[in-house]
Ligand binder design. Structure first.
Ligand SMILES: Cc1ncc(COP(=O)(O)O)c(C=O)c1O
Length: 405
């Protein structure tokens, strides 16, 4: 069969593939723990359920304007004013099928073939593939000091005459790092001076722990949205745990939003009005649901830190936000794909190899699930790798003995 080379070269989404593998094992009755997927366990906020239910029962479920329903945009405008201190016009907002579509459409709308986008490692798996789909070139900047925070000098050095954008995801998937304000300030300044887009993937911006905050890039520029090179991507997936509604949005200069609207109109037409009603309901509803989710995830993060303390050989930089931890397990195996496979086979725990995020020797653990899953999952990983941990464990109702070391 002859297929497109461009499409065939796109890598499978490793997290979705691992999720499927876990589902198949579970179907076979195996006691799998999935620490792979980044999906909170909470129920959809009631305000979103009621709003989308009302839309559905109205029977008026039709195409909407491609850039989003006016009421949904209004909710985004209010959110932007409250959280970013920026008053924006409806023409600065586009509503998309998840933050994923936001990002793809941005890349498609700003890149010409061979244009470069700076991506900071560790990075979210989809950035590079999306950039390549849009004929762009990802240029990876990796912190050399073993931390998850890049040095500004390394970012600056990666800029060439072909650089069109830099993507900044703080709090960061997969490391949980929050970039310091001084770094963000320098990136904003560089982007505004050189006319490079700073794409802020803010999907985790409220999921921060203790007293940490993730400052918005807008706080480092005096320019209004229309004249700024800052682009903000956000959505309801992580904010309200509404992953299945597939709703994201972009705030950007109207010239870019106009082009993105045409791209969206010619590909997916619009976001389902049911999903838009749900997101509008969530944004306009009680915001205590966000704090409840944050507290639950922070508690899980504390459990991870506690459990990791007794994991000899593992090195973990404390996650300051998101629901991911990225321990360095090079003491056991430098090949993270092998390591993840080993953990699935021996301990029935799904993790994601750090290689997928540009951090070989690490594995990503998602702690978005229940405390029980997180505690048991890490205990199993310790059992499988750490010779100083007890060599017997129960997996499901089977007693397992570690006999490979
Ligand atoms: C960093 C990052 N950006 C974007 C997304 C996509 O979000 P959505 O589900 O709204 O498409 C994810 C989802 O995992 C993510 O981790």
């Amino acid at each position: 069969m002859k297929l497109s080379k461009l499409a065939s070269d796109i890598a499978e989404s490793p997290t979705l593939a691992l999720n499927e593998e876990a589902r198949l094992l579970r179907e076979r009755g195996e006691a799998v723990i999935n620490l792979g997927i980044g999906e909170p366990k909470n129920k959809t906020p009631i305000s979103a359920v009621l709003a989308s239910g009302a839309k559905l029962t109205s029977g008026e479920v039709k195409y909407t304007p491609p850039d989003g329903l006016p009421a949904m945009k209004k909710a985004v405008i209010r959110y932007t004013e409250e959280n970013y201190n920026r008053l924006v016009a409806p023409e600065n907002v586009i509503v998309t099928n998840g933050a994923k579509q936001s990002l793809f459409n941005i890349f498609y709308s700003i890149l010409n073939p061979q244009d470069e986008v700076i991506v900071i490692a560790p990075y979210w798996v989809s950035y590079n593939e999306m950039i390549k789909m849009c004929l762009g070139v990802p240029v990876i900047v990796t912190p050399e000091d073993g931390t998850f925070t890049p040095r500004f000098a390394d970012i600056e050095r990666a800029v060439t005459s072909s650089t069109r954008a830099i993507i900044v995801n703080s709090p960061n998937n997969p490391s949980g790092a929050i970039y310091p304000p001084e770094l963000l300030e320098k990136i904003v300044d560089m982007c505004e001076r050189k006319g490079i887009f700073m794409i802020c993937d803010d999907i985790y911006h409220k999921l921060t722990f203790d007293r940490n905050v993730a400052p918005p890039a807008y706080s480092f520029t005096k320019k209004d949205v229309e004249n700024s090179h800052v682009i903000v991507v956000n959505g309801v997936a992580k904010l309200y745990g509404m992953t299945g509604f597939r709703l994201g949005w972009v705030v950007a200069p109207r010239e870019l939003v106009k082009v993105m609207t045409n791209v969206l109109a010619q590909t997916t037409s619009c976001v389902s009005p049911i999903a838009q009603a749900a997101a509008e309901g969530a944004l306009n509803g009680l915001q205590s649901v966000v704090e409840a989710l944050r507290l639950q995830i922070q508690n899980n993060r504390d459990v991870v830190l506690q459990e990791m303390k007794t994991f000899n050989g593992a090195r973990l930089i404390e996650p300051k936000g998101t629901f991911y931890a990225l321990p360095d397990l090079r003491a056991f195996n430098g090949n993270s794909v092998e390591l993840s496979r080993f953990l699935l086979k021996k301990a029935l725990v799904v993790t994601v190899p750090g290689k997928e995020f540009g951090m070989e020797g690490h594995i990503r653990i998602s702690f978005a699930g229940s405390v029980k899953e997180v505690t048991e999952g890490i205990a199993r990983i310790k059992w499988a790798l750490d010779p100083t941990s007890p060599n017997e464990i129960f997996i499901g109702n089977k007693k397992m003995i570690r006999d490979w070391m």
